[in-house]
Design a protein around this ligand. Structure first.
Ligand code: FMN
Length: 185
């Protein structure tokens, strides 16, 4: 079997927050031989798309900032897992800016396996929709139904939702299962 390349994108500025814990639970399902890269984008300096459309001619994003490495890692990975808190009913601004910046990538993410974990308590539907739309527009293979952690930091974290970590593990398992279906065990 070829070596499994996994990129986990941590979309909350809180490195050890609810989203990160769920993402870590999903990652724990990957085999020991998998190469796992972690992008803590909440700690990086970057902007959204500059909308000059220069990438149409260069074939690559022209905005030089910390997202360059993350975007390279997205192209490198076979499996991409997003972790996002719901913020104002959608993905975090960091995840959204990253999404915008992948406009040049059309075709580069095709057939990569994608999954997600999200946290939040209410109005999370758009968060799910945004992640689905992103992966489907890039012709990725949407793996599993994602995992939701029912959290709101001030009112308690994952300890209030016994299903959250379980579902995060299931998400990781499903992504591995899909990988093996496509690439063999
Ligand atoms: C700016 C901001 C906006 C938020 N908006 C929502 C929201 O619309 N719906 C919701 O359920 N939670 C919302 N939350 C709560 C977070 O989604 C929740 O606390 C989450 O677990 C935080 O994840 P973290 O621990 O990984 O940072 C918001 C939090 C912040 C900071």
């Amino acid at each position: 079997m070829k070596e499994m390349k996994v990129l986990a994108i941590y979309g909350s500025p809180r490195r050890e927050g609810n989203t990160a814990q769920m993402l870590d639970a999903a990652l724990s399902e990957f085999p020991a031989g998998a190469e796992i890269k972690k992008a803590f984008i909440g700690e990086l300096e970057f902007t959204g798309c500059c909308a000059t459309r220069d990438c149409k001619t260069t074939g690559y994003c022209v905005v030089q900032d910390d997202l360059q490495q993350v975007m390279k890692d997205m192209v490198w990975a076979d499996v991409i897992i997003f972790g996002s808190p719901s913020e104002f009913s959608d993905v975090s601004s960091q995840i959204k800016m990253l999404m915008e910046r992948t406009w040049w990538m059309k075709g580069n993410l095709k057939n990569k396996i994608g999954g997600y974990v999200i946290t939040g308590r209410r109005y999370i539907e758009s968060t799910i929709n945004t992640l689905h739309a992103f992966m489907l527009r890039h012709r990725m293979i949407l793996g599993g139904s994602g995992a939701l952690g029912y959290t709101f930091t001030e009112m308690g974290g994952l300890e209030n939702d016994p299903l959250a970590i379980r579902d995060a593990h299931s998400t990781g398992k499903r992504l591995v299962e899909l990988y093996q279906l496509i690439y063999g065990k």
